[in-house]
Design a protein around this ligand. Structure first.
Ligand SMILES: [Zn+2]
Ligand SMILES: [Zn+2]
Length: 183
């Protein structure tokens, strides 16, 4: 699940999970990220989810607002749209600075289904929509495994059945914007 890092009080960074319905961004230091709804003003900068693809994670698109300027990594949105990449910096007026992160965390959630059949790499059986499952958080992998009482395919061994990524559950996010200063 992608998220935005926002600068909270005392300059600590807070991670906000991006809901599939998207968010509206405002040049408001107190509440820059709000749920996108039909009543969101057209002036707002929008962040919308397009996808997900079968294995790859969802694609997030930043859509410029009518009056609120926005920059990504320092560049104005010349076309009004931009596909966001991991660790892109989003700047709004009033000094609001956010970071987009595509980093995923391994967590159990209902398998959302896909346009084609998806087979678990551990037990080789098909995954059915709604079944508890874990999507491998490795960016180059992203394959789904069962994680039910009967089929604990994700936690069955220490590594993803396809790429070997550690199968810990409830692990924290590894990247924060604080790491930018040191890199
Ligand atoms: Zn399985
Ligand atoms: Zn994997």
């Amino acid at each position: 699940m992608a998220h935005l890092w926002i600068s909270g009080r005392q300059k600590a960074w807070l991670a906000v999970r991006l809901p599939d319905t998207g968010v509206a961004l405002f040049p408001d230091r107190e509440r820059p990220v709000r749920t996108l709804s039909p009543s969101s003003p057209p002036s707002a900068v929008r962040l919308r989810c397009c996808g997900p693809a079968r294995h790859a994670g969802p694609v997030w698109v930043l859509i410029g607002g009518a009056t609120h300027p926005v920059r990504v990594n320092g560049d104005p949105l010349s076309t009004g749209l931009r596909l966001l990449r991991d660790r892109d910096e989003i700047q709004l007026d009033a000094g609001v600075r956010l970071y987009f992160s595509a980093e995923e965390v391994a967590e159990v959630r209902p398998f959302p289904g896909a346009t084609e059949k998806v087979f678990c790499p551990r037990c080789k059986l098909e995954l059915n929509p709604g079944e508890p499952a874990v999507r491998c958080p490795a960016p180059q992998c992203g394959i789904w495994h069962h994680q039910t009482d009967q089929f604990n395919c994700w936690t069955y061994s220490g590594g993803c059945a396809l790429c070997g990524h550690p199968t810990e559950l409830a692990g924290g996010l590894r990247w924060t914007p604080d790491q930018l200063k040191s890199s």
